[in-house]
Design a binder for this molecule. Structure first.
Ligand SMILES: O=C(O)CCC(=O)C(=O)O
Ligand SMILES: [Fe+2]
Length: 348
């Protein structure tokens, strides 16, 4: 496959959002199976999220990241996957003149919100596994606007897992059992450089290559270049959503459930440098990671895939801890080696 032939399949999921016919649903599930086996990314239409909700999210992102760095830093939360994360390079806000692009790598800034343990009043969950949100009071209506999008992204992620169950011939409630108190996080990302005086040379990465941890990620993104995904052809491909579409990618847990029949695809953000600068780009990734105590194991039908080389069952908690520690277990080890080899072999 050559670079020009690469495409992220666009799939209209409305038969699952509304009451579609069995035939229409079967066609959606077949298209999802194809996209997940070949690409690990798709773009979905017919998701039912009103434009006003997406616009509200975009405006909240603009308002928050538009604050002064010192003000944004007051919303940092140490050790939790919540609140503000400043750009990695401390030089970013001060930089003048020509910067080495590599010194500016991982320059994204982010703001995270997510599900809290205390919202599950019937369950005895540990806040340390989830996190307590901070809401920036300096931005009026932030919680309402971001919360409205969060609820919709959550609905879409759950619609997707019911499509996954059909597409994988798993029992209808398969994902419900492992996601009824799912660790869900919305990470709003801002890729921007200080205006005016910064000129860049060399190779710039906005967010380093990685796979997502969980079951599925629903990604709202500007139609601005930067996101790249590693195809099975060993090339990085630019990806940007078509009008009205949300990007969707699988995380590592779904690769484990399917024994790699479905792909948790490597991706990164690498904005093109034009005249020494980049176009600002925004994204918001909704990570649907599963219940902290769910045991994720390869579904029986898929144990024979990949020459029977199977993953060990793992809890979501242990999987996330291993990812954060950069360590791997069982087949995941093999997988990590393969991933690393693919990155090294990638051209461009
Ligand atoms: O900014 C993007 O488009 C991708 C973000 C991403 O991959 C992530 O937050 O995990
Ligand atoms: Fe990602």
């Amino acid at each position: 496959m050559t670079t020009s032939e690469f495409e992220v399949p666009a799939i209209d999921i409305s038969p699952y959002v509304a009451d579609g016919s069995p035939e229409a649903r079967r066609a959606v599930a077949a298209a999802v199976d194809d996209a997940c086996s070949r690409v690990g990314f798709m773009q979905i239409l017919g998701h039912g999220i009103a434009d006003s909700v997406g616009d509200g999210l975009g405006a909240a992102i603009d308002d928050f990241f538009g604050l002064a760095l010192e003000s944004k830093k007051t919303y940092r939360v140490d050790g939790a996957n919540r609140g503000y994360s400043p750009p990695k390079s401390e030089s970013l806000s001060l930089s003048l003149g020509v910067e080495s692009a590599t010194r500016m790598n991982d320059f994204f800034e982010a703001f995270n919100v997510g599900v809290e343990a205390r919202s599950f009043t019937e369950l005895d969950l540990d806040e340390a596994d989830y996190g307590i949100n901070v809401w920036p009071d300096a931005v009026r209506g932030f919680e309402d606007r971001v919360g409205a999008y969060f609820d919709e992204a959550s609905r879409v992620a759950r619609t997707l897992t019911s499509i996954f169950a059909d597409a994988l011939s798993l029992p209808a409630g398969y994902f419900d059992a492992i996601t009824d108190h799912s660790i869900d996080v919305l990470r709003m990302n801002n890729y921007a450089l200080p205006e005016g005086t910064v000129t860049l040379d060399g190779d710039l990465t906005g967010m380093g290559e990685h796979t997502d941890f969980g079951i599925v990620t629903v990604l709202w993104a500007d139609q601005v270049a930067g996101l790249q995904i590693l195809g099975t052809d060993g090339h990085w491909h630019d990806v940007s959503p078509i009008d009205g579409a949300l990007l969707v990618n699988l995380g590592d847990l779904t690769a484990r459930i399917t024994n790699d029949r479905w792909m948790s695809t490597l991706h990164r953000v690498k904005p093109p440098i034009i005249d020494g600068t980049i176009a600002r780009r925004r994204s918001a990734a909704f990570f649907h990671d599963g219940n902290v105590d769910a045991v994720i194991e390869t579904a029986a039908d898929y144990l024979g895939s990949d020459n029977g080389l199977a993953y060990e069952p793992i809890t979501v908690r242990a999987h996330i801890a291993a990812k954060l520690a950069g360590s791997r277990q069982g087949k995941a080890n093999v997988h990590a080696v393969r991933e690393a080899a693919r990155v090294l072999a990638a051209k461009g």
